[in-house]
Design a binder for this molecule. Sequence first.
Ligand code: HEC
Ligand code: HEC
Ligand code: HEC
Ligand code: HEC
Length: 199
Amino acid sequence: MKKLIVNLWGVLSRPSKMALGLLLGGGFIAGAVFFIIFHFTMSATNSMDLCISCHEMDGVYEEYKKTPHYSSASGVRATCADCHVPHGKTFPDWLSKIYVKATIGTKDIYHHLMGTYDTKEKFQASRYEMAQNVIKHMRERDSKECRFCHSLDAMNLAEQGKSASRKHKRIMESGDKTCIDCHTGIAHEEPEEPEDPEE
Ligand code: HEC
Ligand code: HEC
Ligand code: HEC
Ligand code: HEC
């Protein structure tokens, strides 16, 4: 009996690496799960506050405020999540949303906590790459988030400029291009490709 107590005490007082690992890993997962639940329960405007709480300093918010997606004659606003968080009613939409929240969301928090981009300069240096990620993701979704507000069907081509109506008519017929192929830089200044230091 005494031996058992001694052994048990030994285990409890000297936690093994594995136990420590489990504890830390568990803590991280719990944090991620909490963030996801928290995120799901936020309404669109609140989650914009959430986004801004981290993205005010880096410039993306300032730039967005100068675009018609923030304020326009018609008073329709596209919030960060309207463009950046997949939504929709189908199962793949839901999976896509969970995927973005669980991966990009946790990555955001991780880099924030680690202070990876704690200055505007550091953020600027990585912007091009981030923008490419975003564009790739939107392309994979065939610009679905844009299409919740804009649809080719609802466009009055006669009211559009010549180049817009010609391009839109073509994609209606062929369907070979998606909105984001032509419309980058609509909510933020589009970052330029960094020069290759080798050259
Ligand atoms: C806890 C702070 C924090 C919050 C809250 C936050 N972000 Fe981020 N976000 C970051 C950081 C740090 C990065 C850069 C690191 C990275 O690649 O994830 C980033 C990167 C991004 C990127 C580039 C992603 C990529 O694939 O490279 C997008 C888009 C983005 N955030 C949108 C949002 C939106 C939309 C919200 C609100 C729903 C939001 N963020 C909330 C800190 C945050
Ligand atoms: C929540 C609704 C909403 C979403 C989502 C949205 N937009 Fe818009 N968009 C608008 C509104 C509102 C305007 C301004 C209309 C006006 O008053 O002329 C606009 C304007 C535009 C314009 C013309 C002005 C400009 O900045 O060049 C383009 C192009 C455009 N949107 C493309 C897109 C693309 C591409 C996406 C997806 C990445 C997108 N929009 C997502 C609502 C939205
Ligand atoms: C092949 C290129 C191309 C594709 C693909 C494309 N557009 Fe355009 N779009 C243009 C051009 C060119 C203009 C006119 C210049 C501008 O505003 O950028 C334009 C203009 C617009 C405008 C402003 C119209 C106005 O007169 O105020 C909106 C809104 C818009 N596009 C939305 C979309 C949406 C949504 C999609 C996806 C369903 C899309 N576009 C796909 C080329 C394209
Ligand atoms: C109308 C759609 C739209 C809205 C609204 C929008 N974004 Fe974006 N965002 C984009 C697109 C498209 C890109 C890809 C790069 C580009 O074209 O500028 C992007 C890129 C980004 C990036 C990557 C870095 C960069 O500069 O490209 C971050 C971070 C980001 N957005 C955060 C936000 C935050 C935070 C908000 C709200 C304050 C927001 N976005 C609102 C469409 C949008």
